[in-house]
Design a binder for this molecule. Sequence first.
Ligand SMILES: [Zn+2]
Ligand SMILES: [Zn+2]
Length: 390
Amino acid sequence: MEAAQNGNLEEVQRCISIPGVRVDCLDEHGMTPLQHAAYKGRPDIARILLNQGADVNDRNHEHGYTALMFAAISGNTEATRLMLEAGGSTSHVNSVGRTAAQMAGFVGQSQNSSMINNFFSKEDLDEYTVIRGHEKEPKLPGHLVQPLHTLILHSNLHPVFISMYLQEHSDLMADVTKIVRLLDLLCEKMMKQKATNEVMAMKFHYLSAILKQCEKCWKSAGNLNAWIKSLVKGRDEDGFAEQQEKLIRASVRDFPYIESQLMQQMVRSIAPVKIGQSPTALNILSSAVNGQKFATDDESCCTCGQLHAEKKCSVCKMVKYCDQKCQKLHWSTHKKFCKELADDYVKMMKRLKEEQEKEERKKKENEKEKEKTEELTKKLEKIAISPAEG
Ligand SMILES: [Zn+2]
Ligand SMILES: [Zn+2]
């Protein structure tokens, strides 16, 4: 127990090899070694304990915390992922009714909270690769488990990002009808199971809606180029990608479970926003599904929404892209505004420079003032001393 608490890997290994030592022994607070390892953010130790049969869903802790909850608040994403993969329940609540994802969000570990909300194990898909009852073929061909699982786990919900992923995974598009049907089924399952998961249901529904659109284009053209282009295209007055906004708004409105609190909340958030203004439907969807605050747009790719886009438009330096591919897609819209943005950039830099110069001038003036004061003080001191001397 102490070894797990102190993060002593070798000692943990030694202890659990001693016959008679229970891997799920409890400390005075009802905490197991696995929970300690999770709380300390030590996936290496947690892995050993899990391999020894530690119960990831042990609930003897005095406040009902599970190993997943401890990992979630530790801020360690690897430990969190490990608990999820080991089958840590995402719906268990602690003694005050909070789930692991809510606890992570509460302490500011939004990456962990997003990971938990978006977690869906590969095994959950595996069951659909088996032929059941009167089926002639499985709902999901085995070779599509991996690419579909990756699609489901993406936290970037930008329709261009999803469509580009599908474009690259033509095997998914070849069976798109099946995939759409399965996503709809998964959405239904999330809503009808005992522990309803509205977040995942919304995500499955949204993915299904995008795939249905992709399907149309794929069937007529054999690729998604025209579809992706239409999504990226900005309207004339301000370059805002209107079609994306409308697509996401429609998909939220079409969520088949109108009694869902999450859906109602989203519709209420979207309704008063004029198309083209913030927050966008994508902002609202992402924050509902991923539990994140709205990502600031200047960090993400203008075309596909991926975070940490590094490449800037070389002319205006005001927009960012993942790579040349994303930049090329956006150019037909961006070129109309690039010059304007470039002027803005020059103005912005000029203003920045002016402010800097002003700051510097002020600093110099302050220094001069200080020197003067010092000089004066010295003079006064001399005067004060002189008569005494004399
Ligand atoms: Zn991009
Ligand atoms: Zn530009």
